[in-house]
Design a protein around this ligand. Structure first.
Ligand code: PSU
Ligand code: MN
Length: 303
């Protein structure tokens, strides 16, 4: 893969063994409404800095994969409406053509691992879309996580997806999954998805111990998903969630939305039709994930 441009602070932190957490940029460019997305991107980075952790927001700018952005570059991610959405498979095409785009979980996880970063925070993973029995749509996030050594802290998978089918795929793909202080897989906007999770980890040191155990195996380089639920007080009202999501899925279908556009369409639909309540739940989930990722990166760096 192409040469990475590390920001100065990320490069220094990595060479001294200081904790670094990767952040994805698609959530900023395609997952959250403007202009709030810029304030939020800055806030995610400050949550890390306040905890003594260096943020590495990742994006491809003018054909160069960047790991760690300047404030100007972060503003560009939030403001530039022409930015594309790049998964792993798009990276070589973007590099060769000089294109610019935000990176999804698959693109970000690859670039973070390539830079030597072990922990990555996001909102919700992509996964198997509802209706997969008739229309094949499974996020490339899952496959990439089956072949990349990275710990992803997330609030589960986006509830717009088929959660049981996604958990089954993660099992098939040998991706390790643990609930953080929960026995129930989280539901992204909702604290719980109703699905059980086989493993529970209760503190950052234990997560770091799993990361070391992974490092010490010689099996395939798989990811660890740390599924961290949004606080019950911050979750979206479940009845409102179910109703608006059903309407959004119908709207996506009748508008003929396909491919990479599906996820941003549904997230946007929920924001609009819950009067912003889904946005607050989404942000609360990401903030919690970023803070937990800081603790995990710190525990892993200390070990
Ligand atoms: N988490 C969020 N908001 C988002 C995403 C994750 O809270 O917008 C993005 C991630 O970049 C993830 C992508 O990789 O949605 C999944 O898109 P798709 O279903 O097209 O693979
Ligand atoms: Mn998809």
């Amino acid at each position: 893969m192409p040469r990475l441009k590390l920001s100065e602070e990320v490069s220094t932190a990595l060479s001294t063994g200081a904790p670094v957490v990767a952040l994805e940029s698609t959530i900023i460019s395609h997952g959250l409404p403007r202009p709030r997305n810029h304030r939020v991107a800055v806030e995610f980075e400050s949550i890390l800095r306040e905890r003594g952790v260096v943020p590495a927001t990742i994006a491809v700018l003018d054909g160069v994969p960047h790991v760690g952005l300047t404030p100007e570059q972060l503003a560009r991610i939030a403001e530039d409406e022409s930015l594309r959405k790049f998964g792993y498979r798009d990276l070589p095409l973007a590099v060769a053509t000089g294109a610019s785009g935000a990176t999804t979980v698959s693109g970000t996880a690859h670039l973070a691992a390539a830079a030597g970063i072990g922990v990555f925070a996001t909102g919700g993973l992509g996964g198997v879309h509802r209706g997969w029995t008739t229309e094949q749509d499974e996020s490339a996030d899952l496959n990439l996580l089956s072949r990349t050594r990275i710990t992803v802290v997330c609030a589960g998978v986006k509830s717009i997806l088929d959660v049981p089918a996604t958990l089954q795929r993660l099992e098939t793909l040998n991706v390790s999954v643990a609930g953080y202080r929960t026995d129930e897989f989280p539901g992204f906007y909702l604290t719980g998805s109703g699905q059980p999770v086989d493993w529970r980890l209760d503190d950052p040191e234990r997560v770091a111990a799993v990361m070391r155990a992974q490092r010490d195996t010689d099996g395939p380089e798989t990811a660890l998903i740390v599924a961290n639920p949004v606080d019950a007080a911050a979750q979206l009202d479940p009845a409102l969630h179910d109703r608006v999501l059903a309407d959004g899925l119908a709207a996506a279908e009748s508008a003929g939305i396909v491919g990479q556009a599906v996820t941003p369409f549904l997230l946007g639909y929920l924001v609009e039709h819950t009067d912003g309540a889904s946005l607050e739940a989404n942000l609360a989930a990401v903030r919690g994930n970023v803070a937990l990722a800081a603790g995990i990166a710190t525990a892993f760096a200390a070990a």
